[in-house]
Design a protein around this ligand. Structure first.
Ligand SMILES: [Zn+2]
Length: 194
């Protein structure tokens, strides 16, 4: 018998490759995890396929390996998930814990979105389109998240930290995600659905 819980081992999604990050903490008591935050990332920006993002999230990035890395030297961040251009999925922090992806942020009337959101980084760049297979994996993941957490909102980093962040950017197809995952339009940021 298949139960929804089969997709999860605690806060770890069984559809992802697990690589634990030390960059996390407990969620505040009583946190209601009802927000999914979509990001994009590539290191260096626009270069795909390497292992620099995994290294950043596990504090093993060689800051001298590329001139760009000097601009983020010492950064200690994480995301729950990292979804590559080929659709493969990595998880760094249990979704029951608080990952460090949002920074100063506010959405649906609440600040500090790290407290009660799940962060998903798509391998990409603000002004480039994402791969179809990334939407496939993303929609599967979002459906699984909604089985375990009371998800009622999804937003980009650009929406929860406007003026400070631009990801995932104008090329992210919110309408495609909405069609594939089947969530109500009210879950999505105003103006993102065609
Ligand atoms: Zn971001």
């Amino acid at each position: 018998m298949t139960r929804p819980e089969a997709a999860w081992q605690g806060g770890w999604y069984t559809g992802a490759r697990r690589l634990e990050s030390p960059n996390f903490g407990p969620r505040p008591p009583g946190a209601v995890v009802d927000l999914v935050v979509i990001h994009s990332i590539s290191l260096p920006p626009g270069e795909y396929g390497g292992d620099h993002v995994q290294r950043l999230f596990t504090n093993t990035l060689d800051w001298d390996a590329h001139p760009y890395f000097k601009s983020i030297e010492g950064l200690r961040v994480s995301s729950h998930f990292y979804l590559r251009r080929d659709g493969s999925l990595w998880q760094f922090v249990s979704c029951d814990d608080r990952a460090w992806h949002a920074g100063a942020s506010s959405w649906r009337g609440r600040d500090n979105c790290n407290d009660d959101s799940v962060g998903i980084e798509l391998e990409g760049l603000e002004d480039q389109a994402f791969e179809a297979v990334q939407y496939d994996t993303l929609s599967r993941l979002c459906r699984a998240l909604a089985q375990r957490y009371p998800v009622a909102h999804v937003a980009g980093h650009e929406h929860i930290a406007p003026g400070r962040k631009r990801d995932p950017g104008a090329q992210f197809a919110w309408s495609m995600l909405q069609r594939q995952v089947g969530w109500p339009a009210a879950f999505f940021p105003p103006g993102t659905l065609a």
